[in-house]
Design a protein around this ligand. Structure first.
Ligand SMILES: C[S@@+](CC[C@H](N)C(=O)[O-])C[C@H]1O[C@@H](n2cnc3c(N)ncnc32)[C@H](O)[C@@H]1O
Length: 409
């Protein structure tokens, strides 16, 4: 990765040209630059993303709201490649998946912007949730928009781990091209990296400021109970889930009978699922009574008083129905998806220390070179990293784009 001064100039000397929409801090762009593309401009509405992009990649980034169009768009007409990473929050299964989330429309808007620019190749990245259920209508409209403009299209599913990265990130790439070429979108599958391979040699690196949890604090007490590969979860059983009732020093002691009720409820609430998002459904008092007999009232009332259960009208549910807080990653495995919460120990724990991950650690797992220095509030640094296309995934997309453009280097 090239960063500043003369290296910025050499970055601009590639032969194929590209521009990026919704460029964030530039993960996608870095992949294209690494593959020899020369940037003609980048566009994003977030001032902090723009600042980071400018400081680490190049100056030609515009701080604009793309719903108003691309400023000076004529300078991009006929460019080799246009790349775009519109927001994925409305499609992500980690979120609420509201069909009318206004960010979803940015996906289709990107197609209309691409049509005006008329690049030889257009590449868009998003989450796999954009292909499922009613949400697929945005993706279909994007596909249709590009086909109507004379492009051929292809949606490719990618797994970062298969590119050799130490992360289980799954994403989709949409390609539209008008070069009349047929290419194979397959890639050789590499062995996944592991955390040990990416988290060594961090001492004195920029953006690496480990902060241990305060001993005896509530977070520290929970973290102490969670081993590598485990998470705090009341809604899944098995050896990788530690329930709140397994940590009585924090959440309060229970009797064996009460444990039976909690574990039964955990099982029952997943049996008749009605909700279309979220974890599962509360269980009716009648079902609990059928399973537990006459003593259930007393047990349920006791657990409500202890803060383990809550009543939801005529039903009962667990308190804390999250699946996977305090997820402790393992040294010998790839990381789960780096998202915007990666800096919080309440969501992700370092494999062997009582702390969360530093900005540098998150950046390394995402495939950013150490020479990329993040600035701004820590919160926004984690947000930019979590939202980024990992540069190695960007590079893979760029390789496909080169083939579509007839470059087979
Ligand atoms: C998923 S992130 C892009 C990540 C980027 N491709 C990368 O690799 O680092 C989505 C970006 O869209 C930007 N964005 C959201 N709405 C926008 C709008 N209306 N106009 C321009 N940018 C927008 C956000 O600021 C955010 O940086």
């Amino acid at each position: 990765m090239l960063q500043s001064g003369s290296s910025q100039n050499s970055m601009k000397n590639g032969t194929l040209t590209f521009a990026s929409l919704f460029s964030g801090c530039g993960g996608f762009d870095l992949g294209f630059i690494q593959e020899g593309f020369r940037s003609q401009g980048a566009y994003d509405c977030d001032p902090e993303a723009v600042e980071n992009f400018k400081a680490n990649i190049f100056d030609d980034i515009y701080n604009v709201d793309l719903t108003g169009g691309i400023p000076n768009e004529h300078s991009l007409y006929g460019i080799d490649a246009l790349i775009a990473g519109p927001p994925c929050q409305g499609f992500s299964t980690a979120g609420k998946r509201l069909i009318n989330d206004k960010r979803n429309h940015l996906l289709t808007l990107t197609g209309y912007l691409a049509r005006r620019i008329y690049p030889k190749v257009f590449v868009l990245e998003n989450v796999a949730g954009a292909l499922s259920g009613a949400h697929a209508r945005y993706w279909n409209e994007l596909d249709e928009t590009m086909r109507m403009a004379g492009y051929r299209t292809k949606t490719v599913r990618c797994r970062a781990a298969e590119l050799g990265m130490a992360q289980l990130r799954k994403r989709i790439l949409f390609f539209a091209w008008r070069t009349q070429r047929d290419i194979d979108f397959g890639t050789p599958t590499l062995p996944a990296g592991d955390l040990r391979s990416v988290l060594t040699g961090l001492k004195n690196q920029k953006n690496h400021h480990p902060r241990k949890l305060c001993p005896q604090s509530r977070e520290w007490q929970i973290a102490k109970r969670i081993k590598a590969g485990q998470k705090l979860s009341n809604v899944r059983g098995g050896k990788n889930a530690v329930a709140t009732w397994d940590i009585p020093e924090v959440f309060g002691a229970i009797t064996e009978n009460e444990r039976t009720v909690l574990e039964l409820l955990r099982r029952l609430r997943r049996q008749k699922r009605k909700r279309d998002h979220g974890d599962a459904d509360p269980v009716s008092l009648a079902r609990l009574e059928a399973a537990l007999g006459g003593r259930f009232h007393c047990l349920v009332n006791g657990l409500v008083a202890k803060g383990y259960l809550r009543r939801v009208s005529e039903e009962v549910d667990l308190v804390g129905t999250f699946n996977g807080k305090y997820r402790r990653l393992a040294w010998d495995k790839p990381s789960c998806t780096v998202d915007t919460r990666f800096g919080s120990p309440r969501y992700f724990l370092h494999p062997s220390r009582q702390r969360g991950f530093t900005v540098r650690e998150a950046a390394r797992i995402q495939g950013f070179d150490d020479s990329y220095v993040f600035s701004g509030s820590e919160k926004s640094q984690y947000r930019l990293i979590g939202n980024a296309v990992p540069p190695p995934l960007g590079a893979q997309a760029a390789k496909f784009a080169k083939r579509l453009l007839g470059r087979f280097s």
